[in-house]
Design a protein around this ligand. Sequence first.
Ligand code: NAD
Ligand code: DAU
Length: 352
Amino acid sequence: MRRLLVTGGAGFIGSNFIRYWVSRYPDDRVVNLDALTYAGNLENLSDIESEAGYRFVRGDITDRVTVRGLLEEEEIDTVVNFAAESHVDRSILGPDAFIRTNVQGTFTLLEATRSVWKDFSAAQRFLHVSTDEVYGSLAPDEAPFTETHGYAPNSPYSASKAASDHLVRAYHQTYGMPVVTTNCSNNYGPYQFPEKLIPLVLLNALEGKPIPVYGDGMNVRDWLYVEDHCRGIEVVINDGITGQVYNIGGENEWYNIDIVKLICNRLDELQPGTAPYRDQITFVKDRPGHDRRYAIDSGKMRDELGWTPAHDFASGIERTIRWYLEHREWCDRVRSGEYQHYYEQQYGQPAD
Ligand code: NAD
Ligand code: DAU
């Protein structure tokens, strides 16, 4: 039986991870520490909130007293750090929160964990959830990112994640802390906040708004269904080697414009409007510093830990589209409040 502290568990991937973990390991203790920023919604976990082993604590990973207290009181042996500011466009508009949470927050978690765990044991594990964006941008013909690819972050978001990765590495090298880091490609699936490409396209299409495509739409992302990421984290917690880094990806590269058109075409079939949804596609000013291409080489996960994605893109995107069609109220609720202000700043027009 494990005792997990999951940070950022009310967000997109964190909530999918907690649901997955509770179903796989019902006897484990899972403590979810989340500050409930605009991106954190307890509704994401309403179906598991009454599970005996689950506890939610509203708190900030930059608050060392809270983190220490939980580690001691709950006798945590496994930390899974999802908590982050995660949206690149927001990091361009205002980087401060990214440095605070992603850098200072990870540092605080590391320090609190080091001081509570003291003599590290084989039963302890600190898993840091990171991103492929730390490696920078690939040329069209370049080989996908392996774990030894150099770091070259290009946005305040990716730079803050890179800084946190370096701190995690240093805590292993210097103090022998039992850390593992995962660097994953773009996730998609249920509960993704609608500021990110796939849900934004879906909702803007259905709501008759312009579908904003940055630049020429030819940037490439490597998409992975969120549950496959959660399974990847599971195998790294269970069988990963301390101090190692594992790249997790879908080996599923798409041009942005092709994903946008695919979603529009499927919506035309599932919920036809008066005109084809692709008529709403609008090319807008590019994201500053926009990385051209990401692609992950998952060979280490496959060869050393036996992990491969279970969902192909056709089934994953179908489930995702249907989930958003069936959860329009969730979308309305999470977009109320602060999101309206962000949308207007980013796209120069009101969200409603
Ligand atoms: P998200 O923005 O949906 O969720 C982030 C969560 O962290 C929210 O619940 C938020 O309330 C919480 N949080 C933010 N600041 C906090 C703080 N100071 N203290 C405590 N909680 C705080 O993010 P996501 O897309 O689920 O990403 C989760 C993690 O996975 C991040 O570390 C991100 O860098 C990484 N990642 C994301 C993707 C992706 O495609 N979404 C891919 C690779 C890696
Ligand atoms: O690669 C992993 C990363 O994937 C994670 O670390 C980040 O947390 C996550 O947000 C995601 O970053 P991206 O910037 O790749 O995701 P986003 O959904 O914001 O954008 C995907 C692509 O679509 C990117 O090339 C920018 C483009 N885009 C995005 C938006 C929001 C548009 O063309 N129009 C838009 O309105």
